[in-house]
Ligand binder design. Structure first.
Ligand code: NAD
Length: 699
């Protein structure tokens, strides 16, 4: 059953029961409607209370229904809300845990609302490029005022019930209960106390205005300004709330409906919904059942207190998990801990962290120089130099000391995980945990699955990633895993564009206008150009046929490794991150063109964007076909959280799907005719060619 029905004396209690968050899918709506009818038909019932089973009142509409007919199937959410409003017996919503989106809209259709302290209240639709489409933009301003409502609708952020209940004159909550435990009794007794009160109060009957009228809404639009450049929804939310102040209630509802329908059809909303589902899908591993028992992880050890080790440690400390940090030299430990403290102090000075919390976190940190001290850790993560010899020694030591069942992880970005596993007697316990720099900030975690990694090890690290607030994506073993293997092709094309006539700033500008957080050359300057240099030297031996623009080597030969050396593709002033065009780099690029006999040509932004993004797409198609990535959306999630790909475009794979794979293939064929762009690379990957020929998409 999707809703339970019980009598408590003369009050009917309807409990939404659709785990995990009582989403208002078709069956739940039918069950609620039936229960309401039953209560109305029973002469002994004087009042009705609606609540939610489990941890939440209601998480909202069932988003999976959005693109299907099921969302419209009667009773739809509008019909249900009107039925509540028209109930001849008072209906009280008893709200705890979370009340979001359609759940809040449903509650606003009830005559009264009682909430437990601590309840998280939100209209998060804007995060999916939409607005609340079941009256939220019309009813919320009527109960908490225009400004508070608009802030919630435009940000999508949750607000605690007690903060909303403190708004002077609010009529969102008639009672606040001390906790979820006392909520139901209070709601039932409140329902009895209002059972005979008539007329029944309706939110739709309340007035709605702002003292400054339209001037306020103009101010609100200005405030949103450039942050909404690529996202239409926030400004449309303002329009809808403004309609609540200008139009009669039903006309305002119709305005909201029309805007909702328009937003549903935008590519931006499609992209955001794709990523919403993609993020949830990424945590599922097809051959690892969701009920796989996980290993307990109560203590973590980290080998290496360098750039990555320190950042990785902070993630666990932030989650309250004790960490032991191991180095070979005391100075290295001191340096590592000092850097972590500095990072925390920077957060304190920005007001993002309380200083007592800083001390609590660092109190969970222990340091050591001896492997034997780590024996009892449940998980150990290696983050030492990227060198197979060093790593193999580390893993032999770990194999010797770690307790049976401990998970052994490597943060390697390029080495063969299966070879690392072979250094131990327990390859089933070994997994790759590829964090991105800065590891305490970047949300992405590539979980690298070795040939022998045990399913429960995978299940454990996937669950753990949530605790440390990372978004994990599983990758098979290959050079560069999902993200860096693709970015190599992206950077290769960026180099060829320099050979053919672009400047680094022209390429970066085009990619940033497309929406990337950073263009390829600014990104390289941040990561360190020496990393790519080392990879190219290795490639010259491993894959002698792989061609690169000579420009990057020329820039490295000048000692220009990026921000850390004060010069890279750009010039930098000490202490600042502003990238300034460099005459030395321009001269180096010119020299490379001359040496190759290339006459520079004018290249437009569209070609730059398509060359770079389709380079990602073609490599990704190989990655998918080889089974390195499980699904196309995993690749989009990697690019969203690891490489600054714009959310409103949904990731490289959705970008290709929206372009149409037939067009993608044709464009690649055009690039293949360019003698400077590596024709061989532009042969469409077999999977891409097949999908394009069949008129299908990646997703
Ligand atoms: P780093 O040079 O900053 O730190 C390495 C640390 O390991 C140093 O403090 C060093 O003293 C210590 N160390 C070396 N050998 C050791 C040993 N035998 N026992 C104990 N400690 C030892 O390097 P990093 O940038 O932190 O990289 C570490 C690992 O993370 C590498 O495998 C690298 O490929 C990977 N990685 C780096 C990045 C990045 O952007 N820097 C991103 C992802 C993954």
């Amino acid at each position: 059953m999707h809703a339970d029905y019980q009598l408590h004396g003369d009050v009917a209690l309807i409990t939404l029961n659709n785990p995990p968050v009582n989403g208002l899918g078709y069956e739940t709506r039918v069950a609620l409607m039936d229960a309401l009818s039953q209560a109305l038909a029973d002469a002994a019932v004087q009042a009705i209370v609606i609540t939610g089973a489990g941890k939440a009142f209601c998480g909202g509409a069932d988003i999976r229904e959005f693109d299907t007919q099921a969302a419209f199937q009667e009773p739809n959410l509008h019909t249900l809300i009107v039925a509540l409003e028209q109930s001849t017996k008072p209906v009280v919503a008893a709200i705890h845990g979370t009340v979001m989106g359609g759940g809040l809209e449903l509650a606003l259709g009830c005559h009264y609302r009682v909430a437990a302290t601590g309840t998280q209240v939100a209209l998060p639709e804007v995060k999916l490029g939409l607005l609340p489409g079941a009256g939220g933009t019309q009813r919320l301003p009527r109960v908490i005022g225009v400004e508070a409502a608009l802030n919630m609708i435009v940000s999508g952020e949750a607000v605690a019930a007690e903060r909303l209940a403190a708004i002077p004159g609010q009529s969102l909550f008639q009672r606040l209960s001390a906790s979820a435990d006392t909520l139901l009794d209070e709601a039932l007794s409140f329902a009895r106390s209002v059972a005979a009160v008539r007329p029944l109060p309706l939110v739709r009957a309340l007035p709605c205005s702002h003292p400054q009228g339209d001037a306020y809404f103009q101010f609100a639009r200005n405030m949103l300004g450039p942050s909404t450049k690529n996202l239409p929804a926030p400004l449309q939310c303002v329009d809808a709330v403004q309609a609540a102040t200008r139009q009669a209630f039903d006309a305002g509802l119709a305005t909201e409906q029309a805007i909702f329908a328009r937003l549903m059809a935008t590519p931006q909303s499609r992209a955001l919904r794709h990523l919403f589902f993609g993020e949830r899908a990424a945590s599922k591993i097809p051959d690892v059942p969701p009920n796989t028992a996980v290993r307990p992880v109560a203590a973590v050890a980290i080998i290496g207190a360098g750039t990555m080790g320190g950042g990785i440690a902070m993630n666990f400390l932030n989650a309250g998990i004790p960490v032991q940090l191991l180095e070979l030299q005391p100075e290295a430990l001191e340096r590592g801990v000092a850097t972590m403290r500095r990072n925390y102090e920077a957060q304190v000075s920005k007001g993002k962290l309380k200083s007592e919390v800083l001390e609590q976190r660092l109190a969970l940190l222990r340091t050591t120089l001896r492997y034997d001290d780590l024996a009892q850790a449940d998980l150990v993560i290696e983050a030492v130099f990227e060198d197979m010899g060093v790593k193999s020694q580390v893993f032999q030591e770990l194999d010797r000391v770690m307790k049976p069942g401990a998970i052994l992880a490597s943060n390697t970005s390029t080495l063969d995980l299966n070879q690392i596993a072979a250094c131990t007697q327990r390859p089933q316990d070994l997994v790759g945990l590829h964090f991105f720099s800065p590891a305490n900030v970047m949300k992405l975690l590539e979980v690298v699955r070795g040939a022998k990694t045990a399913p429960d090890v995978l299940a454990t690290v996937m669950a753990l990633s949530k605790k440390i607030r990372k978004t994990a994506v599983v990758s098979g073993v290959c050079d560069g895993f999902i993200g860096n293997r693709m970015v190599e092709q992206y950077l290769r094309q960026a180099g060829f564009l320099l050979d053919e006539g672009c400047s680094p700033q022209q390429v970066d500008k085009a990619m940033e206008a497309f929406g990337m957080a950073m263009g390829p050359f600014r990104m390289s300057d941040l990561a360190g150009n020496d990393i790519g240099w080392a990879i190219r030297k290795r490639r010259a031996v491993e894959r002698p046929g792989m061609r690169y623009s000579p420009t990057a080597d020329a820039v490295c030969a000048l000692g220009r490794f990026g921000q850390k050396t004060g010069a890279g593709w750009y010039d930098y002033v000490a202490g600042k991150r502003d990238a300034m065009p460099s005459a030395a780099v321009a001269a180096a690029i010119d020299a490379c063109r001359n040496a190759q006999g290339i006459t520079p040509r004018k290249i437009d932004a569209q070609e730059i964007v398509q060359r770079l993004v389709l380079a990602l797409v073609n490599e990704a198609a190989h990655i998918l076909e080889e089974g390195i990535a499980t699904r196309a959306s995993d690749i989009d999630i990697v690019y969203l959280y690891g490489y600054g790909f714009p959310a409103f475009r949904g990731g490289p794979m959705l970008y290709a799907d929206e372009l149409g794979l037939f067009t993608v293939v044709q464009t690649m064929q055009r690039f293949a005719a360019n003698p400077h762009a590596d024709s061989g690379f532009w042969k469409p990957a077999p999977l891409l060619a097949r999908l394009a020929a069949a008129g299908k998409t990646f997703n």
